[in-house]
Design a protein around this ligand. Structure first.
Ligand code: ZN
Length: 314
């Protein structure tokens, strides 16, 4: 992991090149993805989810993920993260040299079956195999394996998701060998009280293996949920530049929480992210030029920074 994480209070993990592009209308050329990753790293972002190792037939925009990982590894100072839905994806990610992989497991079993055609038991077995593959690498060269518990706060197929089921799946993932478990509000149904409750109970179950929060802004509660998670000591947040991608379950809704707005929320409260927000805002030009038909979102984008704004480290 990155040494510079010691100098920050909150880690902002950019997921736009994966979550954003996976749901975008346009397909971004590899060189633009790499330009995006480079300039965002230069703005101070320390972790970037650069793509997903899924069959190109399913998501054509992710067909170049191997090349994107290799290109991103040349960018200094970032942790290169890739999503892998199964063992084959993990093999490809490890071969490409990704520092870290994230395996989504849907807490909602109907969502899991519709998404990856695997029930919980089969999914945990897949995670176990990926952890065994990780352990076949010599110590010090092992990629970091994270599980993201998808639909942890609600599901567009099942509706309400049982909070005990989140704990149970987190424990099962840790038992299967993962280094870290994040909680994802995949469809954007979470509310702040629920966020506090579910993060607390999951931490009670798996302790310091509890990792990031992944929020979508479908109902407009994304940043309120970040505040709630901060209150219960969550210190890693996923976000997408310009909230790119929208939500496949709610046409018209924005996608992930917006990286620029998240950084503003954190820095304006005195929490150091290590990110230069003005440099970050400039990255948007690369994204909009490469994807002219996709909408981007954000309040800082519309309003600009307030007069007299001071970043936390200043
Ligand atoms: Zn997401």
């Amino acid at each position: 992991m990155n040494q510079r994480t010691e100098d920050i209070d909150v880690l902002v993990s950019e997921v736009g090149p994966r979550d954003g592009l996976q749901n975008a209308k346009g397909i971004m050329p590899t060189e633009d993805k790499l330009k995006w990753i480079e300039t965002e790293a230069a703005a101070g972002v320390l972790e970037i989810e650069v793509g997903s190792f899924v069959p190109p037939k399913l998501i054509p925009g992710m067909a170049d993920t191997g090349d994107v990982v290799k290109g991103a590894l040349k960018v200094e100072g970032i942790t290169v993260l890739a999503l892998v839905p199964n063992l084959r994806g993990a093999e490809n990610a490890f071969k490409a040299g990704a520092h870290k992989v994230t395996i989504p497991i849907s807490v909602s079993e109907p969502h899991s079956i519709s998404n990856v055609r695997k029930n919980h038991k089969e999914m945990i077995e897949e995670v176990r195999k990926i952890c065994e593959l990780r352990d076949s690498y010599p110590e010090g060269k092992r990629p970091h394996v994270e599980t993201g518990l998808a639909t942890a706060f609600g599901c567009s197929i099942q509706g309400v998701v049982d909070e005990f089921e989140v704990m149970r799946m987190a424990e099962a993932a840790v038992e299967a060998g993962v280094d870290e478990v994040g909680l994802a509000d995949t469809v954007g149904y979470a509310n702040p009280n629920q966020v506090k409750r579910v993060f607390k109970s999951t931490r009670a179950a798996i302790g310091n293996k509890l990792g990031s929060a992944h929020f979508h802004n479908t109902m407009g509660l994304g940043l309120a949920n970040v505040l709630a998670a901060l209150e219960v000591d969550v210190r890693t947040f996923d976000a997408s530049l310009g909230g790119l991608g929208g939500c496949p379950f709610a046409p018209g809704a924005s996608g992930n929480i917006v990286t620029e707005d998240l950084v503003f929320l954190l820095e304006s409260q005195g929490l150091r992210t290590g990110i230069d927000i003005e440099k970050l805002m400039a990255v948007r030009e690369i994204v909009t030029a490469a994807l002219p038909d996709d909408q981007i979102y954000g309040h800082v984008l519309l309003a600009g920074l307030p007069k007299g704004f001071k970043a936390a480290a200043a």
